[in-house]
Design a protein around this ligand. Sequence first.
Ligand code: 4NP
Length: 156
Amino acid sequence: MSERSPAVLFVCLGNICRSPLAEAAFRSETARAGLTVEIDSAGTGDWHAGSPPDPRAQAVALAAGADIAALRARQVTVDDFSRFTHIFAMDAQNLADLRAIAPADTSARVSLLLDLVPGREGASVSDPYYGGEELFEYTWDDVTAAARALVAELAR
Ligand code: 4NP
C-alpha cells in the first residue's frame, strides 16, 4: 500500500499568533528542502475566525522573509482529522482540546509541536498574545526549530 503524502496542520488557541507562525516557518523549510506538503493552521477557539494574524506575528514573520498577511484564522474541525496526517498542538491545553474532539478512528498523528525538538519534548510553545514583541521572537525560534526537525523527519 502506498503511503499518502504528508498533510500537516498546526493548531493553537486563536490561530492568529503561534500556529500561523508555525505554518509560515514550516512552509519556508519545506520550500527550502524541495518537499511538497499540504500545510494549514487552525485554532481550537473561534473568536478570531476570519481575522488575519496578529500584527506582531506578521512583523516577526516578515522579518524572517515570510509574508503571512493574507492568512485568515479558522477553527479546527472534525474533518481535519481525516484531511491531515499530522496535527501539531502548540500547548498542552490545545492538545487536550484536540484529543477531546478527535474521532476514535482517526489515523492522524496528534502531538505537541515541541515533541519534535530534542530536549523540548512535552514542552509548550508559550502563548505570546499577552506579552511584548520579544515573546513573538521566542515563538518564531520555537516554531522554526520544530519546522526544521519535521522537515528532517519527512525527508528521511
Ligand atoms: P494564539 O494566541 O493561540 O497563539 O493565536 C492567542 C490569540 C488570542 C487569544 C489568546 C491567545 N485570545 O485570548 O483572544
